[in-house]
Ligand binder design. Structure first.
Ligand code: PMP
Length: 433
């Protein structure tokens, strides 16, 4: 077909693709990457904090000394060496042999994102229900939408997922809920953490209703105040899938993550992964294995924690000093994000073009809901910009909000206030990590 237009393909798309829509927000993100814009929109770790020379040297040795394995195909589950190292890493969070963690039940994935995709492939049929926090990780929404599942959001408060709301959602789903997808620690995007007591309560509820738990934990090691509560998987071994990644503790460019699966399903996961990617990158696995074997990775995590703590403080201080009255926000003890709720009547999505014009970017709250809610909130990232840039970004954002509030006071609402909209309109992309 020569000279075809987009329309020539529209009717041919698989049903799962039809819900994938682009949005005006995506176009704005292209502008947001310009250097004059302070981007509080991303989710990128501060890679410049890595000892890049040493990492580079390690990588070049990987090709010269171990090229015949590191540049070759590998096995679908991932190398034994890396799976052993992953078990060592999980020990720091309290997931160890005493609660049944073993390299045999680890599947190496292409980042945490493929781990989510594999779980969806394994369990979701079209029309199935996934229960997830509201708001939740935008990349998970994309995966569940591609699986043609329905996401039902469950309320959170400052202590994380609300157990009574989970009970109600399970009852309402009437047996169609396949699993609970949760990010209990330093949640993306809300920045809140599920308390110790609620961890037990949530696990009890899921067990009572026979609901599987998919625990996504990319941020648990990035704590700023003491250690994070132990993951759900450290408390229950059956019925819990534990997903994590080296994206935030080492480097996202290598795209290495993992699933610790209940033993009975590990084989199916490997088959699903082989159908998807044959095997994870041998080179990337070798790089992570070498990094964990030869470099001070625990110290590096401490470095990330210190940098992010300082940046979190810069963001919280700037919000405190500069935000208009009526704005509220979360105070994360770790991770990369703060979730802000705007004063009555402001719409984060409608405000975005004016924010970009004022040279500041954020992610509107709607991106983190499957049902278009979230216009009253937005996500702010503090891991990537330097503290003074963070403050400048908040100053610009506050200026835009003040202007919007002043306009509203004179002319009434300037844009329709849409609380609900199309599902997945702000589908995932690198800016929404
Ligand atoms: N889960 C959550 C909650 C995330 O925030 C992210 C990335 N931002 C991922 C999964 C995907 O991680 P990765 O980059 O390892 O694919």
């Amino acid at each position: 077909m020569t000279g075809t237009t987009q329309d020539d393909y529209t009717d041919r798309y698989a049903r799962r693709v039809r819900g994938m829509t682009t949005s005006e927000i995506r176009a704005l993100f292209a502008v947001a990457s310009r250097p004059e814009v302070v981007s509080l929109a991303g989710g990128s770790p501060y890679i410049a904090a890595l000892p890049l020379d040493a990492v580079g040297e390690m990588m070049s040795k990987l090709a010269t000394d171990m090229g015949t394995t590191s540049l070759q195909y590998g096995i679908g589950q991932g190398t034994v060496e890396l799976r052993e190292r992953i078990c060592e890493v999980m020990t720091l969070s309290g997931i160890d042999a005493s609660n049944g963690a073993s390299p045999d039940d680890v599947v190496v994935t292409v980042g945490g994102q493929q781990a989510l995709d594999l779980v969806a492939r394994l369990f979701l049929d079209p029309g199935d229900v996934v229960l997830a926090e509201g708001p939740t990780y935008v990349g998970a929404l994309g995966v569940f939408q591609a699986a043609q599942a329905q996401v039902r959001h469950i309320a959170m408060d400052a202590d994380g997922l609300v157990p009574a709301a989970l009970e109600a959602a399970i009852a309402e789903a009437g047996g169609r809920a396949k699993f609970l997808y949760t990010i209990p620690t330093y949640q993306n995007p809300a920045g809140v953490t599920l308390t110790e007591e609620r961890r037990e309560e949530i696990l009890d509820i899921c067990e009572r209703h026979g609901l599987l738990v998919v625990e996504d934990d990319p941020y648990g090691m990035l704590s700023f105040e003491g250690e994070a509560p132990r993951p759900l998987r450290a408390r229950r071994r059956e019925g819990v899938f534990y997903l994590s990644t080296f994206s935030k503790t080492f480097a996202p460019g290598l795209r290495v993550g993992w699933i610790l699966a209940p033993h009975a399903v590990r084989e199916k996961l490997v088959m699903a992964s082989e159908a998807n990617i044959l095997c994870p990158s041998a080179f990337a696995q070798g790089a992570v294995t070498q990094y964990l074997s030869t470099m001070p990775w625990r110290e590096q995590i401490k470095t990330y924690r210190e940098i992010y703590r300082e940046r979190r403080d810069a963001l919280l201080d700037a919000l405190e000093d500069l935000m208009p009255a009526g704005t509220t926000w979360t105070r994360p003890d770790g991770g990369l994000f703060v979730w802000a709720t705007l004063p009555e009547g402001l719409d984060s999505k409608a405000m975005m073009p004016r924010a970009i014009a004022a040279r500041v970017a954020y992610v509107p709250g709607t991106g983190f809901y499957a049902d278009g809610t979230g216009t009253d909130s937005l996500r702010l990232n503090f891991s990537f910009p330097a503290p003074e840039r963070i403050r400048e970004g908040v100053r610009r954002l506050a200026g835009v909000m003040e202007q919007e509030l002043a306009m509203r006071a004179v002319f009434g609402p300037t844009t329709p206030h849409r609380r609900r909209g199309p599902a997945g309109a702000d589908a995932p992309g690198p800016d929404l990590a």
